[in-house]
Design a protein around this ligand. Structure first.
Ligand code: MLT
Length: 328
C-alpha cells in the first residue's frame, strides 16, 4: 500500500499525468471488498478452511474478504470463474489438490487449468479419514475392507465430483481393496456428509476438517487416517498402514490463486496477507482442532506454491493415466 502511494506521489511530483500511471497503481490495493471463490458447496472442508483464511486475511488487508461457493464439476466451475475474473487482485481462488489432478483428469476445459492462474501461496495440508455411516457393520479397517469386497455392488461411496479429494481418495481406496463401489457425486462433501449422517450413504473418504467433530461426537464410524503417522486430533484412529492398506496415503494440500495477469505487486501483497493470516492464533487453534496446521511461512509464497503445484501435477499424471478414468 505504502509502496503504491509512494510511486503515485513520485509520479505526480515528476509531472507525470495520472493517465500514465497504471490503473491499479492509481488506486491503492485493495480498494474494495475481496472475494474468495470456493469451488465446492458451503459447509465442506474447503469452505471451512477458506472462511478462516478469508477472515484473517481481511484483517491484514483492511478490507472485508467474502467467500462465494461455486461448486460443481469437481471444482472446475469455481476454478473457471477465477481464471476468467479481472486480474485486479480482488477475486481469488482457494482450492486444493484438485488443481494438480484437473490438468490430467479433464481434457476439454473452457479455461487453462495451469496457465490461467498466478499462485499466491500454499495454505495447509489436510489429512483424510475413511468414514462410514454409524450403523455400518464394521469397527476396524480390516472388517470394513472385507465388507467392501463382499458387498461392493451394494455399497455407495460419496465424493464431490471427479477431481475432488474425496474422488482421488476413493480411487486409491478402491484400487487398494480391488473393489469398485457405486460412487455418488455431490457439489461438495458438506452436503455428502449430511447424507452419510442420515445413513443414506455408506462410505466416504473426507478431510479431517469435515469429519473430526462428527468422529469425536460418535456420529459416524472411522476406520483410518490416510497419513503416515497418527494425528493428534484423532489419536485413537489408526493409520491406513496400521490397518493393512499401505498403498492408501493421501494428504490434501490447499493453495490460494489469483487470475493470470495479476501484477506481481498485488500477488506479493496477497501473499503477505496470507502469511499473516497463517500466523493468526485463532486460525492456528481452529486448524489444530480440525486435525491440520497451516503450512510453514516459507511455503506460503508464490515461488514455493508454484514449485509444489508443478511437482504434484507431474506426480498425479501417471496415476490418473494408469487408472484410465477421465472426467470428459
Ligand atoms: C469439499 O470442500 O467439499 C471437498 O474438499 C470436496 C472434495 O475435494 O472432496
Amino acid at each position: 500500500m505504502l509502496r503504491l502511494a509512494r510511486r503515485l506521489l513520485l509520479a505526480l511530483a515528476a509531472g507525470t499525468a495520472l493517465s500514465a500511471v497504471p490503473a491499479e497503481a492509481q488506486q491503492a490495493f485493495p480498494n474494495r471488498t475481496l472475494t474468495v471463490i470456493v469451488p465446492f458447496a458451503a459447509g465442506g472442508p474447503t469452505d471451512t478452511v477458506s472462511r478462516l483464511v478469508a477472515e484473517a486475511m481481511g484483517r491484514d488487508l483492511g478490507q472485508t474478504m467474502v467467500v462465494e461457493n461455486v461448486g460443481g464439476a469437481g471444482g472446475t466451475l469455481g476454478a473457471q470463474r477465477v481464471a476468467n475474473a479481472r486480474p485486479d487482485g480482488h477475486t481469488v481462488l482457494l482450492h486444493h489438490i484438485g488443481m494438480a489432478t484437473t490438468p490430467s483428469l479433464y481434457r476439454r476445459l473452457a479455461y487453462d487449468p495451469v496457465g490461467g492462474f498466478e499462485p499466491i501461496g500454499l495454505v495447509t495440508e489436510v489429512p483424510m479419514t475413511l468414514v462410514a455411516r454409524n450403523n455400518f457393520p464394521a469397527t476396524t479397517l480390516a472388517e470394513a475392507v472385507a465388507i467392501i469386497r463382499r458387498d461392493q455392488d451394494k455399497l455407495n461411496y460419496a465424493n464431490a465430483g471427479i477431481g475432488a479429494a474425496s474422488h482421488l481418495c476413493g480411487l486409491l481406496l478402491m484400487k487398494a481393496v480391488d473393489a469398485p463401489m457405486t460412487t455418488v457425486p455431490f457439489r461438495g462433501t458438506g452436503p455428502a456428509m449430511q447424507e452419510l449422517l442420515a445413513g443414506r450413504i455408506d462410505l466416504m473418504c473426507d478431510q479431517t476438517t469435515n469429519t473430526t467433530e462428527q468422529i469425536l461426537g460418535h456420529q459416524l464410524r472411522v476406520f483410518a487416517v490416510t497419513t503416515q503417522n497418527r494425528i493428534s486430533a484423532l489419536p485413537n484412529v489408526p493409520t491406513s498402514a496400521e490397518g493393512g492398506l499401505p498403498a492408501f496415503e493421501v494428504s490434501v494440500w490447499h493453495g490460494l490463486y489469483a487470475p493470470k495477469g495479476t501484477s506481481a505487486e498485488i500477488v506479493t501483497r496477497l501473499s503477505g496477507a496470507l502469511q499473516v493470516a497463517l500466523r493468526d492464533p485463532r486460525l492456528v487453534a481452529r486448524f489444530r482442532e480440525l486435525g491440520t496446521d497451516p503450512v510453514a511461512q516459507d511455503r506460503a509464497t508464490p515461488a514455493a506454491h508454484r514449485a509444489f503445484w508443478m511437482a504434484d501435477i507431474a506426480k498425479w499424471r501417471p496415476i490418473i493415466q494408469a487408472a484410465g478414468q477421465y472426467a470428459d
